[in-house]
Design a protein. Structure first.
Length: 86
């Protein structure tokens, strides 16, 4: 796994915001935190090792420690984004 599917990441963001535990300005679910800037045009998904920022027009920036952490993060957001709604 080495490619970010932005639509899946956005679904994961929404799921985390709906079902996750609120802590300050973020929501947390299954080891992934989701937050956004004040106007909602930039959203962030992150864990301890990877940060994914999604900007307007689905442009994005990834920061990560190593590929193993990135692969685990991608798998986690794909699982969250694909899960059936309650």
């Amino acid at each position: 796994m080495d490619k970010i599917n932005i639509k899946t990441a956005l679904r994961a963001f929404n799921r985390i915001r709906e079902e996750g535990v609120e802590r300050g300005d973020e929501h947390h679910l299954n080891g992934v935190a989701a937050g956004s800037d004040f106007d909602g045009y930039t959203i962030t998904l992150h864990d301890d090792y990877v940060t994914l920022q999604i900007f307007f027009h689905n442009k994005f920036k990834l920061d990560f420690v190593n590929k193993r952490h990135l692969d685990a993060f991608i798998e986690r957001i794909e699982n969250i984004g694909r899960r059936k709604t309650k």
